[in-house]
Design a protein around this ligand. Structure first.
Ligand SMILES: [Cu+2]
Length: 779
C-alpha cells in the first residue's frame, strides 16, 4: 500500500479498506453508548483531505521527497439513528488512526438521502401485502400465467405545497411466466397504476391511476368501471432480448474480432490505485454516488486535473399527464451510480488485457461489503492518431491513437449507463457517457398514438424524456497552487470588411475573456466558444501563450421544463452548459447533496454561484463576500454562504433529448456522448510525435469478388512487413500508387540557383510543365 517513489507512506487517496470501515463503524456504535438506538448505514467512504493539505502532499510526492504533513485518514459515514420509530439522518467523520470521531451532523427531516438497495427491496413486499394494491389489480384481467413485477422508483419532486415524509413510487408490469424464464422481459406489459409507499411505515399510501389514451383524450385517466375488469395485453407482443428467448435466429456471418495483447498491457497499476500509462499518472477512486473518480491526473509529471468526476444526471419526463411530472430521476443523488455499478466480467464489458478495481461499501449494518470488478481499466485502439504522406515521395507516416479507458457501468432499474474516462496518447482526455438498457414505458390504449412519446410495441408508450449530465472538473493546470489556474473563454468572431484592416472581408478574430467570478455560460457554436483552463503564469515557450487545456462545450439541448415547474426548480444545473464555482472541500454535487424528493435545488451549482466567489486576486466579490482562505471550509455555517477568493471549479453540462425510436425497443443501442479535454499550448509540439509508426503484423488482406488467389483461405492474407513509415509505400502497397492524384505535382525539389532565367530556358520549362500536366490528365 505504498506509492513508488522509495518511501512507504500510505497515500491519502487510497481506497477505503474493510478494516478502516470496521474501525469507523465501531467508534460510531460505541459513541451511542447503548442508548437503545439502532443504526441503519447508508454509505461509507473516505473523507477526502482538504485541497490545501492534499496539494502539499501531492507536490512532495511528485518531487520524490517526504511530505511535511500527511493528512489525517478519515472515514465519512452516513446513517440513520433509529429510536422510538423515528429515523435521524446523521453523518459522522471518523479519524481511524486516532480512533476519534471528529464531528457529527444531524440533517433536517427535509434532507432525503439516496435510497438503498434495501429500501428499494421493501417496495414489492409493501405492494403485495396491500389491500389497496390488490383492489387496484382487480380492475384488470391479465392473461393466464402472467405475474406482477414492480420497478421501484424515486418519488420525484413533490407537488407544490405537498408536505410528505420519505416516499417511493413504483412502475408496475406483468411478466409471462409460461416462458419459464425469469429474464423474460416484463417491460412490454405495463399496467396503468403507480403505487406510492411511505418508506418509514412500509405501507402504501395510495395507488395512482394513469391515463392511457392519446393527446386528444386529455390529461386524466378514464373513470374505472368496477363492474367489468379491463382486459390487458390482448394484443401485446413479447419483447425478448435474452438470447434463449429471442424470436429470430442469430446472424452467423459475424467473424470474431479478438483483442490480443501478446506482451500484456502497457499500463501499470501500483498500490493505492495508482495508474501509470504513457506518461499519464493518476489515482482511481470510487464513491457510492459518483462511481469512478480520477484524482491527481498528471502527464509527464505535470499536473492537469486535481479531480475529475461525474457529478449528477437528471432524467425528467415530458409527459404532462399526472403523476408523470414526478418521473424525474437524479440517478446520482437519488440512487447512487457507484451503488448501482455492475460487477464487470472478463471478456464481456471490456476486451483485451483488463485490470479490475473492487470497492468496499457498507451494508445496512455498517459492515464491509466488497463490490467486485466495479471499474475496468484497459487500452484500446481508436483509429489513426496522426498521419502525413509526403506527396512528392509518396512516403506516409501514420500512427495509432491509443486510449486508456477507465470504465464503469450502472444499472438503474430499466436503464443502463456506461461511463468512461479515456486518456489518450496525444495528451487528451475524453469523457464519455453511453445510454443503453430499456426505455421507460407506460401503457397506451390499442390504436392510439401520443405526442408525449412513441409507441414502440403494441400497447407500449416510451415517453419523451431528457438525460442531462453534469461533469465536475477540478483543474490544476501545471500547478497545484491556488490562484494559478485561470478559466478563460475564447471565441472566434467575424470581422467587418474594412479597406485598411480587412479589405477582402476574410479576417476573423479571436476574443478572450477571463472568467473572474463564479457564474455560468452556454455553448455558442456560432462563435466556437471554447473553455480554456490555463496556468495564469506559465507561458508556452513557443507561442508565448499561457499553457492550458481546452474543452468545447457541446451545444446539446438543456432542460425543457418550464422555469416555474418543480422539475426546473430541482435542476437549475441543467439550464446552462458551463458553471464556474469557487472550490470548497466536499462540494461535489451539481444539484445539491440531497436531490431525493427535493422540491428545489439546495446547495447545487446555482447556490454555489450565488454566494459570489471570485477567482482573480484584487477584484471584489459581487455578493456579501469577505476575503477568505481559499479552499477552507468555514466552521460558521453563515461563512460558508459568503463569497471568497477561490480556485475555480468547472462543471460541464450536456445531455440528450430522448424522443424514443422504435429501434430503441426492446433494448436500446448505445447513445454516445463525448466531450474532450485537450492540451492547448500545454506542450511545445504534438505530444504524440514519439508514438512509433509500427506496422501491425496481425492485419490481413481481404480480397474482393471471391478471389481466393491471394487469400490464405481463412482470414485473408498477411501483407509484406514494411512498416507504416516505409519509404517504399508506392511499390509495396495498393495505396497511393499514383501520387499525382494529389494534383499538386510530383517534380523533384529545386535549388533556387538552378531556376532557369533565360527566355529560352523559361519557354522550355513551361513546355515541360504543361507536358507533365497533360500526361497526368490523360491518366
Ligand atoms: Cu433515454
Amino acid at each position: 500500500m505504498a506509492f513508488d517513489h522509495g518511501f512507504t507512506i500510505p497515500h491519502p487517496l487510497r481506497p477505503l479498506s474493510a478494516d478502516e470501515l470496521a474501525k469507523a463503524r465501531a467508534l460510531v456504535v460505541k459513541a451511542l453508548g447503548g442508548d437503545g438506538s439502532t443504526l441503519f448505514f447508508r454509505s461509507a467512504g473516505i473523507d477526502e483531505p482538504k485541497r490545501t493539505e492534499l496539494v502539499k502532499f501531492l507536490a512532495a510526492e511528485h518531487e520524490g521527497r517526504n511530505p511535511e504533513v500527511v493528512p489525517a485518514r478519515q472515514v465519512r459515514l452516513l446513517y440513520d439513528v433509529i429510536k422510538d420509530g423515528k429515523a435521524q439522518l446523521t453523518e459522522a467523520v471518523v479519524d481511524v488512526d486516532a480512533g476519534a470521531i471528529r464531528g457529527t451532523k444531524a440533517f433536517a427531516p427535509r434532507c432525503q438521502t439516496s435510497y438503498t438497495a434495501h429500501e428499494f427491496g421493501m417496495f414489492q413486499e409493501a405492494c403485495i401485502s396491500s389491500e389497496m394494491f390488490k383492489a387496484a389489480l382487480e380492475e384488470f384481467t391479465l392473461p393466464e400465467n402472467f405475474v406482477i413485477t414492480i420497478d421501484p422508483w424515486p418519488y420525484g419532486g413533490p407537488d407544490v405545497d405537498e408536505e410528505i415524509p420519505r416516499y417511493m413510487q413504483g412502475l408496475v408490469y406483468a411478466r409471462d411466466k409460461s416462458k419459464n424464464n425469469d429474464d423474460s422481459n416484463h417491460y412490454s406489459y405495463p399496467l396503468p397504476i403507480i403505487p406510492v409507499m411511505d418508506v418509514a411505515t412500509k405501507k402504501l399510501v395510495r395507488v395512482d391511476r394513469l391515463a392511457t389514451g392519446g393527446r386528444e383524450d386529455g390529461l386524466y385517466p378514464s373513470p374505472v368501471d368496477k363492474t367489468k375488469p379491463k382486459k390487458l395485453f390482448e394484443h401485446s407482443s413479447p419483447a425478448e432480448y435474452v438470447p434463449e428467448l429471442l424470436d429470430r435466429p442469430f446472424r452467423t456471418d459475424l467473424k470474431p474480432i479478438n483483442v490480443t495483447q501478446p506482451e500484456g498491457a502497457s499500463f501499470k497499476v501500483h498500490g493505492d490505485n495508482l495508474v501509470e500509462w504513457q506518461k499519464w499518472r493518476f489515482r482511481v477512486g470510487f464513491t457510492l454516488r459518483e462511481g469512478a473518480v480520477l484524482h491527481d491526473v498528471t502527464y509527464d509529471n505535470r499536473p492537469i486535473l486535481y479531480r475529475l468526476s461525474f457529478s449528477e444526471m437528471t432524467v425528467p419526463y415530458g409527459d404532462p399527464r399526472p403523476p408523470f411530472q414526478r418521473k424525474q430521476a437524479f440517478d446520482f443523488g437519488d440512487g447512487g451510480i457507484g451503488r448501482a455499478a455492475n460487477n464487470l466480467k472478463l471478456g464481456c464489458d471490456c476486451l483485451g488485457a483488463i485490470h479490475y478495481f473492487d470497492a468496499v461499501m457498507a451494508n445496512p449494518e455498517g459492515h464491509p461489503d466488497l463490490a467486485r470488478n466495479v471499474i475496468c481499466l484497459h487500452e484500446q485502439d481508436n483509429g489513426i492518431g496522426w498521419k502525413h504522406t509526403n506527396f512528392r515521395t509518396g512516403r506516409a507516416v501514420v500512427t495509432r491513437l491509443r486510449e486508456l479507458v477507465v470504465q464503469f457501468v450502472a444499472t438503474l432499474a430499466n436503464y443502463e449507463y456506461v461511463f468512461a474516462y479515456k486518456l489518450d496518447t496525444a495528451g487528451g482526455i475524453s469523457v464519455e457517457t453511453r445510454a443503453t438498457g430499456i426505455v421507460s414505458v407506460v401503457p397506451i390504449d390499442e390504436g392510439k398514438t401520443s405526442g408525449y412519446g412513441n409507441v414502440v410495441s403494441p400497447g407500449v408508450l416510451a415517453q419523451n424524456h431528457q438525460h442531462v449530465f453534469a461533469v465536475r472538473i477540478d483543474p490544476a493546470v501545471d500547478s497545484y497552487a491556488d490562484g494559478d489556474t485561470a478559466v478563460v473563454l475564447e471565441e472566434s468572431h467575424p470581422v467587418p470588411m474594412n479597406p485598411d484592416t480587412n479589405p477582402y472581408g476574410n479576417a476573423y478574430e479571436i476574443r478572450r475573456r477571463r472568467v473572474e467570478r463564479a457564474g455560468f455560460e452556454d455553448a455558442e457554436p456560432r462563435f466556437n466558444r471554447v473553455l480554456r483552463l490555463e496556468n495564469a503564469y506559465k507561458k508556452n515557450e513557443v507561442s508565448g501563450k499561457n499553457v492550458g487545456y481546452k474543452l468545447v462545450p457541446n451545444a446539446t439541448q438543456l432542460l425543457l421544463a418550464d422555469d416555474r415547474s418543480v422539475q426546473a426548480a430541482r435542476a437549475p444545473f441543467a439550464k446552462h452548459h458551463l458553471w464556474f464555482t469557487g472550490h470548497r472541500d466536499g462540494e461535489y454535487w451539481a444539484a445539491g447533496e440531497f436531490t431525493n424528493q427535493a422540491p428545489h435545488e439546495e446547495g447545487g451549482v446555482k447556490a454555489m454561484v450565488e454566494r459570489g466567489d471570485w477567482f482573480v486576486d484584487g477584484i471584489d466579490g459581487v455578493a456579501n463576500g469577505t476575503n477568505g482562505t481559499n479552499g477552507e471550509v468555514a466552521h460558521d455555517v453563515d461563512d460558508e454562504k459568503k463569497g471568497q477568493l477561490s480556485t475555480p471549479v468547472v462543471w460541464n453540462v450536456f445531455g440528450l433529448t430522448h424522443n424514443p425510436r422504435v429501434e430503441d425497443w426492446p433494448v436500446m443501442p448505445v447513445e454516445i456522448h463525448q466531450f474532450h479535454i485537450r492540451p492547448a499550448d500545454f506542450f511545445t509540439s504534438n505530444p504524440a510525435l514519439d508514438i512509433p509508426s509500427t506496422k501491425n503484423e496481425s492485419s490481413v488482406l481481404i480480397p474482393c469478388c471471391d478471389d481466393k488467389t491471394e487469400s490464405n483461405g481463412v482470414n485473408g492474407t498477411h501483407q509484406s512487413s514494411t512498416c507504416c513509415s516505409s519509404t517504399s509505400l508506392r511499390t509495396d502497397s495498393t495505396v497511393q500508387r499514383n501520387p499525382v492524384n494529389h494534383l499538386q505535382g510530383t517534380g523533384p525539389d529545386v535549388d533556387p540557383k538552378d531556376i532557369p532565367v533565360s527566355p529560352t530556358k523559361e519557354k522550355r520549362r513551361l513546355s515541360a510543365t504543361l507536358s507533365n500536366l497533360f500526361s497526368w490528365k490523360k491518366d
